[in-house]
Design a protein around this ligand. Structure first.
Ligand code: MRU
Length: 375
């Protein structure tokens, strides 16, 4: 019994070994994901500008990790504010939040977490600067801890969908590297592994920046999960050969009707999955939902620089002057989605109706939370 417990603890420790982002010594420490899998290097962000660039350059990436990075970015932005002038502090704070909001446009976690930080200042109109700084620090740490907790909860919910012998397919990286330390889609895999299930994973390489080949393969291999990398254009063949049983992806923004933005290529996989009768599940916390928008049509899609397509590892691979289309995300319409795995359980179809129901009960929890904060 004791040995079993120790073994469990060991597994837990093992999963915590990838710490994507952390607050330490009044700075934010992040893994430089542009260097993986070759080198595991860290960047220390000591000011808000460095954090903005880290988000923009994808040194820290993945919707939930970007949300935490934004909260830490706020702390970096206000840490050197000197003086006691409340009005000046509020102005400086708002400017910092507005600035961080320009780092990347699609992952709603960035905006949702900035809203959480803004709520702290809004809810304490009379507070002194020193108190606001402390409250903001506390809120950022809660955002960090909440990510760790919800990823593990989602993992357990989603692991129920995995049966022994299944072959999973995923795209991009929705793992520990896309969150604080566990992952959404990959979190489901980690939880299934912890539950003793045997399965294997196909990881789409995810052109142009290869998050699947570089990051997902690295992470899953570290965790001793059987992973095979495929080029993005091989998914149809695999499915036709009957080698894929279920698809798990992350999500950058989910609209009220369930339309889901995720890494470019996800929509293509959803169409293929529907055609081959394969279940398709995004895995995402409530911080990835945007209930202010009705459908995926309203999701802003980031377009990134042409060099990501025209060059490979710094070497040109297209004729000079080639025209490029480089959207970083696409939107999967809700009708192609079997269900969405969240920390509250699996949202089943009809997605729009069931998302509303879930958020109604979440709204009640939110009130309790903010009442607790005030007390
Ligand atoms: O451009 P990236 O690497 O930030 O894109 C990441 C994704 O598309 C992930 O799938 C998504 O953020 C979900 S991460 C849990």
């Amino acid at each position: 019994m004791r040995l079993k417990k120790l073994g469990f603890l060991f597994l837990k420790l093992k999963f915590m070994s990838i710490q994507t982002i952390k607050w330490t010594n009044n700075s934010a420490r992040i893994i430089d994901q542009t260097k993986l899998p070759g080198k595991l290097e860290y960047i220390t962000c000591r000011d808000v500008e460095r954090m903005w660039w880290a988000i923009r350059r994808l040194e820290v990436r993945g919707a939930p990790a970007i949300g935490v990075a934004a909260a830490f970015g706020v702390l970096l932005g206000i840490k050197n504010f000197a003086g006691k002038d409340k009005k000046k502090f509020r102005k400086h704070f708002n400017k910092t939040c507005d600035y961080l909001a320009t780092a990347r446009p699609t992952a709603v976690n960035l905006f949702n977490m900035l809203d959480e930080m803004r709520a702290v200042v809004r809810e304490h109109p009379e507070a002194e600067v020193i108190i606001l700084k402390r409250l903001l620090f506390h809120r950022a740490m809660m955002i960090f801890e909440e990510d760790r907790r919800v990823c593990r909860t989602m993992g357990c919910c989603g692991a129920k969908l995995i049966r022994n012998g299944m072959r999973l397919l995923t795209v991009c990286n929705a793992g520990a590297l896309a969150t604080v330390d566990y992952g959404t889609a990959e979190g489901v895999m980690y939880a299934a592994k912890e539950a003793g299930k045997k399965f294997s994973v196909y990881a789409c390489e995810t052109r142009p920046l290869l998050q699947g080949a570089r990051l997902t393969a690295w992470e899953l291999m570290r965790e001793k999960i059987d992973v095979t990398v495929i080029c993005d254009n091989m998914a149809a063949t695999l499915m036709k050969q009957g080698k894929v049983d279920i698809v798990f992806t992350g999500a950058d923004r989910i609209a009220s009707n369930g339309d889901t933005a995720n890494k470019i290529g996800t929509y293509m996989l959803a169409v293929l999955a529907k055609h081959h009768n394969i279940p398709f599940y995004p895995v995402a916390p409530r911080s990835s939902f945007d209930l202010k928008i009705k459908s995926g049509k309203q999701i802003p899609i980031e377009e990134r620089k042409p060099e990501e397509v025209t060059h490979f590892a710094g070497v040109p691979i297209t004729p000079k002057g080639t025209k490029v289309f480089n959207p970083a995300f696409d939107v999967t319409p809700n009708e192609l989605i079997s269900g969405i795995v969240t920390e509250y359980g699996i949202i089943r179809r009809p997605l729009g109706e069931n998302i509303r129901k879930m958020f109604k009960s979440y709204g009640e929890q939110l009130l309790i939370k903010s009442a607790e904060r005030k007390a």
